[in-house]
Design a binder for this molecule. Sequence first.
Ligand code: R1P
Ligand code: URA
Length: 293
Amino acid sequence: MSLGSSELILNPDGSIYHLNLLPDDIADIIITVGDPDRVHEVSKHFDSVELEKKKREFTTHTGILSGKRITVISTGIGTDNIDIVLNELDALANIDFVTRTINEKKRQLSFIRIGTSGSIQPNLPVDSFLLSSSGVGFDGLLHFYDSGHVRNADLESKLNDYLRWKEQKIYAYATDFDGQLAGNFTSNRIRFGVTATNSGFYGPQGRNLRIATALPDFNARLAGFSYQNHQITNLEMETAGIYGLAKLHGHRAISLSAILANRATGEFSKNGQKTINDLIQFTLEKIISSDFD
Ligand SMILES: O=P(O)(O)O[C@H]1O[C@H](CO)[C@@H](O)[C@H]1O
Ligand SMILES: O=c1cc[nH]c(=O)[nH]1
């Protein structure tokens, strides 16, 4: 079946609608970052850069690092953008743009997010690195997809039973990292944790500047939950959506965070840029020394 022009939307030059990319523009290893300026902070370490494209908040560089072809792309903020980025990257990998049909032979992408995040545990300090073993999404994205088979039903039901936030119409979904991909990124610098992905930075992360939040104990309730000895460690805005959409499309994903805020102690990093740059270097070194490509 051929995909119609309102569903698979291509620009006049044949590129995909929002990302402005052609199928050959992307590598199988894809680093996602939120901030468009962070794309250059990653690609400046490449030995060569073959492609630089940009549209809206989506900046893409593709190049070679130690013989491995890598794409780095900015997603902007939030899982509304993750929906666009993951669907369009999968289309670039697995749909024939000429016949508008799905390729028989599928290409599997490896997504590695390098993001920033706020800790909700006093013992997860600012400037530390975290790898999310699961994401719990409060943003609703996965509820729009037939996604039960890729979600972590046990974590999801235990968390929702514990929170009892149904009255607020808040029902979390849970998704997991790719354990095999994560195996390439272990180190004594890395903490593992469950990451809460929220639909905003202020109210949805329990911040209140001038307007009251509906759930005043939001972060403390999340921090008090534990599942198989794992706590909810940190808050950000993309991971649970990336994990869910990657799995639904048959791709692999992990999410690494530089912890910039500690909401439990009220601290914010004084060396945020250095911590992000250190996480970028750590990630690239792990990609170089791992056996996937
Ligand atoms: O630094 P990035 O990757 O954008 O990640 C975090 O920072 C943004 C909020 O400041 C959100 O996107 C959040 O997930
Ligand atoms: O507190 C924080 C810090 C970075 N990013 C977030 O989403 N929250």
